[in-house]
Design a protein around this ligand. Sequence first.
Ligand SMILES: [Zn+2]
Ligand SMILES: [Zn+2]
Length: 133
Amino acid sequence: MERYSKQRELILNVLKSRNDHPTAEMLYKDILKIMPTIGIATVYRNLSALCESGQILKIETKQGESDRFDGNIKPHLHFQCLECNAIQDIFLNDKENIELKDKLKEFANIINAEITDSKILLKGRCEKCKDKK
Ligand SMILES: [Zn+2]
Ligand SMILES: [Zn+2]
């Protein structure tokens, strides 16, 4: 049984309280206000551990940019705006989730593979940015 530290619980709670998919640095700033003695290395370490145990998700974004984290582990898709970098959630209903899974299975069948996980990140311009020149 892994020791569940106060720090880890705090990091998890702060992440779950936001829905903007923050970077480790963004979270660190929030956490410092509550626990001023915490170091950024501790935040990184705990975020990795939380990812490994499946309590949070890591979203790998654009090349050269910091990973973003998500405290919501219910199945959903992500959309990242390439202009403002905002990441939005897209939640599907049960029927849509099944349709998507079936489609992905079909694609995997093309190469005779079996899917065990899928992380879908759509990219483009968000509602606010798409009409801006
Ligand atoms: Zn945008
Ligand atoms: Zn999300």
